[in-house]
Write a protein of this length. Sequence first.
Length: 53
Amino acid sequence: MIVFDVIVHGEVKETIRPMSQRLHAMLVQVTEEARRLSRIYGTPVQVHRRIIY
């Protein structure tokens, strides 16, 4: 399973777990979440992917 960590100022704030593991669906969901979180934290966020076995 692929998950995405949201990093603000070098600290992991949240983890996004996509509803679907299809690449296009993940891209759409993660992009929307990153925009929403950038507004919440007031600064651009970094998104790093990670695989959970």
